[in-house]
Design a protein around this ligand. Structure first.
Ligand code: ZN
Length: 83
């Protein structure tokens, strides 16, 4: 998996995880809310964990998780172009 896919997957995972958790709350059913929360949280954290593993510089391996905003054009550590 390359870092661009990883970043996309992270945001999709965050969105899907949050939507599932909110759906659980919206249903107002105590029996299912725990399940929705658990599944939503698992998807959310899976998205985060894969980003820590795969969202890094393809040249030096520096994690890009600390870079705010969009994907930087150049790696903050080695200065190589990210593409
Ligand atoms: Zn780098």
């Amino acid at each position: 998996m390359n870092f661009r896919k990883s970043r996309k997957l992270m945001w999709i995972g965050f969105a899907v995880g949050i939507i599932i958790m909110l759906s659980g709350i919206a249903l107002e059913n105590e029996k299912v809310i725990g399940g929705f929360m658990a599944v939503g949280a698992i998807i959310f954290f899976a998205a985060l964990i894969q980003a820590y593993i795969f969202y890094n510089c393809p040249h030096c391996g520096e994690s890009l998780m600390n870079v705010r905003g969009s994907i930087p054009e150049h790696c903050p550590k080695c200065g190589e172009k990210l593409e």
